[in-house]
Design a protein. Structure first.
Length: 178
């Protein structure tokens, strides 16, 4: 694992944090700032491999189907993946309280979730909320592993804890550095 992948996701210069970047607790709430997602260091080789895989897949699909539209979609998807891979993660403000979790400007009440987990991905940990609604995306936030107990205690007052490992898609994207 590279030093870039082991980056502390807390913003040590955040306004709502105690010294050292740790979350600050305020009368039943915890506030912290963290990255949207893990930023991976990608070299020119990674982009070249993406180009080769995209071109190979598009060519293979074209020879099998002779369909220009499907081939074009594969090329466009390769371009979108390359553009997304080059994007830098932004910093997001999180707040856990007795009312729910605030992610940036969006508030999610605890009654929208069936359970929560703390998922470990390498040296990082993330708080993961499992939604009740089928088509609602899960809500997650990177946390400092040393603050797990404090965060789990606060959320555990409202939701049951569920052991969960990273999904196959999450493990694959971590290996591919997406």
């Amino acid at each position: 694992m590279t030093a870039q992948e082991e980056t502390n996701f807390y913003n040590p210069d955040g306004e709502d944090q105690a010294a050292g970047g740790a979350p600050r607790a305020n009368a039943g709430s915890i506030t912290w700032t963290a990255a949207e997602y893990v930023e991976h260091k990608r070299g020119i080789g990674w982009y070249f491999a993406l180009l080769v895989v995209t071109a190979g897949f598009a060519a293979g699909l074209f020879f099998l189907t002779k369909d220009y539209f499907a081939t074009g979609i594969i090329v466009v998807l390769g371009i979108i993946v390359a553009a997304y891979a080059g994007r830098k993660p932004g910093q997001v403000q999180f707040e856990l309280s007795n009312k729910g979790i605030q992610v940036g400007n969006r508030h999610y009440a605890y009654n929208l979730f069936k359970s929560f987990s703390i998922v470990h991905e390498g040296a990082q940990a993330s708080l993961f909320f499992v939604p009740l609604k089928r088509f609602m995306p899960p809500v997650s936030a990177y946390i400092d592993p040393k603050d797990e107990a404090k965060i789990a205690d606060l959320v555990g007052e409202h939701l049951p804890y569920e052991d969960r490992n990273p999904s196959a898609i999450d493990r694959l994207s971590f290996r591919l550095r997406l």
